[in-house]
Design a protein. Structure first.
Length: 227
């Protein structure tokens, strides 16, 4: 079980960072060889990931990275926006001063990403820091059940964004996301629950809109190049 958990952690990190593409086949034998273990802990890890909808185990076919239709992605982010905005609304009424200080520190690090010149590194760090920003807000709400649900949804959010096929997604939208964070932080500071809810909902929906727009631009550029 310990080996399976270690493999699970590493594979999940790869999936959330977009190391594997949507629909990509995963070889159990190759993973077994890479991690220098028997087949069992690899399968244990893959079953856990399948339970989180990150990989699909297809009988008589094999393992592949999960794929989602555009409609499913859109539906998920509408649901995710609702959950995150509700948590943020509650957080505005329950947050402590020390939690605000912590959130401010995380957001300052997000702001500093604008000076990072490597797009891949900027995208990677934004994913990490954005996750930390939201995690502090989850803690502010003071609800274990909401925190658990939100963290699992955040995993799927990162997965969908980073398997969108767009290199370094969100790397060009740091200014907009930083501005979103500042507005959310201001509402939390003022205990403006309605404002915090509204701003968080927009933040989530604008993020997926950025991904869709970038993907559409990339497809258009590709078509022009081929023609």
């Amino acid at each position: 079980m310990r080996l399976g958990s270690l493999i699970y952690d590493q594979l999940k990190q790869r999936l959330l960072e977009g190391t594997y593409a949507a629909g990509e086949r995963l070889s159990v034998e190759a993973l077994r060889t890479e991690f220098e273990v028997s087949k069992q802990p690899v399968m244990d890890a893959l079953r856990r990931l399948a339970g989180e909808r990150l990989v699909d185990i297809i009988p008589q076919v094999g393992i592949q990275v999960s794929t989602y239709s555009q409609r499913e992605v859109k539906d998920f982010f509408r649901l995710f926006a609702g959950v995150e905005s509700t948590i943020t609304e509650i957080a505005a009424l329950r947050r402590s001063e020390s939690q605000l200080v912590e959130l401010t520190r995380v957001e300052a690090r997000v702001a500093n990403l604008r000076t990072e010149t490597d797009p891949a590194e900027r995208a990677r760090l934004y994913r990490i820091l954005n996750r930390q920003f939201h995690s502090v807000i989850h803690t502010m709400a003071g609800s274990e059940i909401m925190m658990d649900i939100a963290q699992r949804m955040f995993d799927l959010s990162d997965f969908l964004i980073n398997t969108s096929g767009i290199p370094a997604p969100l790397t060009t939208a740091i200014d907009e996301r930083h501005s979103d964070h500042e507005e959310i932080l201001e509402s939390l500071l003022n205990r403006d629950a309605e404002g915090a809810r509204r701003q968080m909902e927009r933040h989530i929906l604008d993020t997926v809109a950025d991904i869709n727009d970038t993907g559409a631009d990339a497809e258009e550029a590709k078509s022009k190049k081929e023609s």
